[in-house]
Design a binder for this molecule. Structure first.
Ligand SMILES: [Zn+2]
Ligand SMILES: [Zn+2]
Length: 281
């Protein structure tokens, strides 16, 4: 069974996420180490690093990931914005490496109509700089697939594959978001749909590059290109789709991370419970 977990609040200290996750029954963890709507990257010192590492050890080192701020855009035509994005991602990746967590999940950004091919060289150049500057020993950069609204990069698996190929770096991998994929036209409503979508993901991107699953139902329909997460089973993908995803052998060793609304405050124990039930059924 995959490690089933959730995005967790880390306000007051990153180490607190372990206790909060455990209280929810979450076995894999994602946090926003800095407020996602503002520029910034995690500020660490020796005390914070050792407090975090002690908590990680105490909880048995569950899979743990950062989600970068939402302002990141490596695909736009504004060099100042791209540079800021590069520096922020660098700070994130460095911090992830210092804490010994899995890595940094990020959204590549929007080409705003210029086209993916036109922006690809810049995207790749900035990501190479991030890797050079952060020089991580073990933490990875995880490109997340996108719902595809407004020229956002990475809605098609082909775009992710092109970025991976151009970077050709084992420190870069992929986070697959079930809601974003569905909104981009990859069906997941039945076991057959899930199987076909994963065949496509494997053929185009390669499952060996997929490291994390963002596990979200979708408020809006197949191919809607909208990024609106629903609770598991309450959206357009539905329980049958998630049951199939949770039983899919190609995902069996990956952490599943909920980013759902819950009762309004984000993922909660009830949502983790739903995942665990569907994984057992
Ligand atoms: Zn996501
Ligand atoms: Zn989303």
């Amino acid at each position: 069974m995959p490690a089933l977990g959730a995005h967790v609040d880390s306000s007051g200290g990153l180490h607190l996420a372990f206790e909060r996750a455990a209280a929810m029954g979450a076995e894999s963890i994602q946090v926003h180490p800095t407020p996602p709507g503002f520029w910034g990257s995690p500020k660490l010192d020796e005390g914070r690093i050792s407090t975090f590492k002690e908590a990680a050890a105490k909880h048995g080192y569950p899979p743990f990931y950062f989600h970068a701020v939402y302002l990141i855009n490596l695909a736009g035509d504004d060099p100042t914005m791209r540079q800021r994005s590069e520096s922020t991602l660098t700070g994130y990746l460095k911090a992830a490496d210092e804490l010994g967590v899995g890595g940094v999940i990020f959204h590549t950004g929007s080409h705003k109509g210029a086209g993916f091919e036109a922006r690809l060289p810049n995207i790749v150049e900035h990501l190479k700089h991030v890797l050079e500057r952060a020089d991580p020993k073990s933490a990875r950069l995880l490109i997340e697939n996108n719902a595809g609204l407004g020229g956002c990069v990475g809605a098609r698996f082909e775009e992710i594959a092109q970025m991976l190929a151009a970077l050709d770096d084992p420190r870069v991998s992929v986070c697959f978001d079930t809601c974003h994929a569905f909104a981009s036209g990859y069906d997941e409503r039945t076991a057959a749909d899930v199987s076909r979508t994963l065949d496509e993901l494997d053929r185009v991107v390669g499952m060996k590059h997929v490291e994390v699953i963002h596990c979200n139902d979708s408020v809006t329909g197949l191919g809607s290109n909208r990024d609106r997460h629903a609770n598991i089973g309450e959206g357009q993908i539905g329980e049958a789709g998630f049951r199939a995803l949770l039983h899919e052998r190609r995902l069996a060793k990956l952490p599943f991370i909920l980013e759902v609304p819950g009762a309004g405050g984000g993922p909660d124990a009830a949502q983790v419970k739903v995942l665990k039930r569907l994984a057992r059924e």
